[in-house]
Design a protein around this ligand. Structure first.
Ligand code: HEC
Ligand code: HEC
Ligand code: HEC
Ligand code: HEC
Ligand code: HEC
Ligand code: HEC
Ligand code: HEC
Ligand code: HEC
Length: 450
């Protein structure tokens, strides 16, 4: 029965493609990176048959009419959607990654792509140079790291927004018939105001009709300043005059895709059982309307590193801290944030659930490498204190959202003389700082906060 279904599917596909060409040609595809006649899709074996660069046939083959040598679908039967390779196999294999890899690519010459820290952050020292590599990061990779787990994404989207079990998890976030490069055809350049494009499409707007499923971020109401009037762009790498994402002086998010609406299509409070294989548990939910780094108001007024300063009510984008594909840090934390690299690698994120059983060591403070990029650590307050120590952050103000003299809530063995240079163990940062943490001002239990 499987073969029969394959043939029916194929027939539907061929007719579908023929009908489609009219509308697609006139529309998005020709403007997409894949459909571009100068730098679009190009497999040598297909070009040898006379198909021009950017033709659908470089991805879709009707096996009856195109008798070419490479490659048969790995499953042995015609691929879904009549693609030249299985739509999706696993984290490091599938039709997209057969081209989006630097070496051994079906795309003539291979494809170099970069991290978000490189392209938006302007951190051109990043050696990560293709999409396959970004999705290879795991607890057992060399170097170790994390990547968005594609099997879990596929499970999550199946049955939602018109996706099926045959859908490609890359297509949860990208429309292969519409995506444009940012920058296009410039793999070794960061984003630039002169050459913008829009690689993503929102999963909640997914439609099988490519013309109906446009890219996200190009329209005025799809920008970060449409989500919030209180966005402050981080600096570009090594600069205090140019800002993410495109290196211009624009700081209000009017040139940034609204990534909050994009990421929270999935990471919100409705979908409270998103399973994560790498983490071995369901993800915590994210309520950006209330979190302090989201639209929630801060409790007190401590100054922060430039360009954030003393402003209150600021709202961050998910991509100010997270990579979309993969990272050498835990939970996709960017290696470069707000104009500089993290001072170390974040190898461990602790579960907040059993706070008192863990000793306080420097490794328990790795998350501080991230906070340091935007918040003032003890060294920033006073150069006779140490970097990535956080005495001031928790003791410097009087308007704390917790009862400061309850030393034992935060220090397992009570407090000690109050000074930034006294070694006093505190429970690890993740006990209190994680998405969705709350603070109990009555202090009848654990003190928490993002
Ligand atoms: C970069 C490779 C690529 C190119 C080029 C490409 N497609 Fe596709 N197409 C795909 C993938 C991958 C899918 C499967 C999408 C999914 O998993 O939902 C697909 C799906 C489709 C579908 C089924 C739509 C759906 O979501 O059910 C049609 C129809 C289609 N393509 C037509 C075309 C036409 C016509 C062209 C040229 C104008 C074209 N494609 C060019 C990769 C490509
Ligand atoms: C969870 C959503 C998500 C998934 C899944 C995802 N991506 Fe992305 N991808 C993004 C985001 C966000 C960006 C950055 C967009 C921007 O810079 O505006 C991006 C950027 C890209 C870029 C552009 C990079 C550059 O150098 O310009 C490519 C190519 C890409 N993704 C391919 C893929 C492929 C192939 C897969 C599957 C193996 C995939 N993506 C899976 C969200 C995703
Ligand atoms: C036949 C080879 C091929 C396949 C298969 C392919 N791509 Fe591409 N892709 C390209 C080329 C070529 C470009 C343009 C590169 C450039 O800008 O120079 C591109 C560009 C992109 C871009 C725009 C960002 C950029 O680098 O310019 C995204 C996003 C993207 N591809 C995602 C995907 C996804 C998702 C899939 C699978 C559904 C896929 N691609 C499959 C060849 C391919
Ligand atoms: C299509 C749905 C979808 C979208 C859109 C999406 N995610 Fe995810 N995300 C998932 C799923 C499913 C998981 C669980 C699998 C995993 O851990 O990677 C996940 C996991 C994560 C994790 C934990 C990764 C780990 O294993 O440590 C982070 C961090 C994350 N997402 C951030 C983001 C950010 C930032 C964006 C926007 C750029 C985003 N996600 C967009 C579905 C999505
Ligand atoms: C990209 C910059 C950036 C990074 C990285 C960052 N923060 Fe923040 N943080 C801010 C900004 C900006 C605010 C102010 C938000 C507002 O005005 O509502 C803030 C506010 C806070 C608040 C609320 C303070 C109050 O007065 O209520 C806490 C708590 C906090 N951050 C903790 C952390 C921790 C812990 C880390 C590291 C895990 C971290 N932040 C990393 C930019 C950042
Ligand atoms: C809200 C939780 C909290 C409360 C309550 C609290 N502390 Fe702290 N304290 C911390 C954290 C977190 C640090 C930073 C630890 C680090 O960076 O190594 C810290 C740092 C310190 C340090 C510097 C330690 C070092 O190694 O740099 C001293 C001393 C200290 N606290 C004493 C006290 C005393 C005394 C009290 C009670 C009067 C108290 N703390 C109450 C959270 C708290
Ligand atoms: C016992 C709980 C607890 C622990 C452990 C803890 N913090 Fe905090 N932290 C808090 C609370 C509560 C606040 C204030 C939150 C607020 O004002 O909204 C805070 C505030 C912060 C801030 C924001 C300062 C500002 O601008 O207002 C940073 C940054 C921070 N902590 C980093 C760390 C780091 C790094 C560690 C580990 C060394 C750590 N914290 C450990 C409870 C804790
Ligand atoms: C200030 C930096 C910062 C920003 C902005 C930020 N995150 Fe995170 N994110 C973190 C840190 C640190 C962790 C690890 C602690 C934790 O699990 O909450 C994390 C963890 C996660 C996780 C894994 C949660 C789990 O169950 O362990 C997901 C999913 C995630 N973030 C998604 C998002 C999304 C979606 C947004 C935007 C709406 C966002 N993040 C914005 C810093 C940030």
């Amino acid at each position: 029965m499987k073969i029969k279904r394959g043939i029916i599917l194929l027939t539907v596909m061929v007719v579908g493609i023929m009908l489609y060409v009219y509308s697609v040609n006139a529309g998005l595809f020709i403007n997409s990176s894949h459909g571009n006649s100068t730098y679009g899709v190009y497999r040598t074996s297909i070009a040898n048959k006379g198909y021009s660069r950017g033709n659908c046939t470089h991805c879709h083959e009707q096996h009856a009419s195109i008798d070419n040598a490479e490659p048969d679908p790995a499953s042995g039967s015609p691929s879904n959607y009549a693609l030249f390779y299985d739509n999706y196999i696993n984290q490091t294999d599938g039709v997209c990654l057969q081209c989006h890899t630097e070496v051994g690519s079906y795309q003539q010459g291979g494809l170099v792509n970069r991290s978000y820290s490189y392209r938006a952050g302007g951190w051109t020292n990043d050696t990560l140079n293709d999409i396959e590599e970004a999705f290879t990061f795991s607890s057992t990779s060399t170097p170790p790291g994390t990547s968005h787990h594609l099997d879990d994404i596929r499970t999550f989207i199946t049955g939602k927004w018109g996706y099926t079990a045959d859908s490609n998890p890359c297509v949860a976030c990208h429309n292969p018939h519409a995506a444009t490069g940012d920058p296009a055809n410039a793999p070794n350049s960061p984003k630039s105001a002169a050459n913008r494009g829009y690689p993503i499409s929102r999963p909640s707007m997914h439609s099988k009709d490519s013309n109906a499923w446009g890219v996200w971020g190009d329209a005025v109401n799809e920008k970060m300043n449409s989500y919030t009037a209180n966005y402050q762009a981080p600096y570009r790498y090594n600069s205090t005059t140019s800002y993410e994402p495109d290196g211009s002086t624009v700081q209000d998010g009017s040139n940034l895709t609204d990534f909050v609406s994009f990421c929270t299509d999935c990471h919100n409070t409705t979908y409270n059982s998103i399973y994560s294989t790498p983490l071995g548990r369901n993800l915590r939910t994210i309520d950006w309307a209330n979190e302090k780094h989201g639209q929630g108001a801060p409790d007190r007024s401590l100054s922060r590193d430039a360009p954030y300063g003393n402003s209150t009510g600021l709202v961050l984008s998910c991509t100010d801290c997270h990579e979309p594909h993969g990272s050498t840090n835990q939970v996709l934390i960017r290696p470069e944030v707000n104009g500089g690299t993290l001072s170390g690698t974040i190898t461990t994120i602790y579960s907040p659930d059993t706070p008192t059983t863990r000793p306080f060591t420097d490794s328990n403070k790795e998350i501080g490498y991230l906070c340091q990029r935007c918040h003032m650590d003890d060294y920033d307050y006073n150069t006779s204190c140490q970097p990535n120590r956080w005495y001031y952050a928790h003791h410097a103000t009087s308007n704390n959202p917790y009862t400061a003299w309850r030393c034992w809530n935060c220090h397992p063995s009570g407090g000690g003389p109050p000074s930034c240079n006294t070694d006093v163990a505190a429970i690890n940062c993740n006990t209190c700082h994680f998405h969705g943490a709350t603070i109990s001002s009555t202090n009848n239990g654990t003190v928490r906060g993002f």
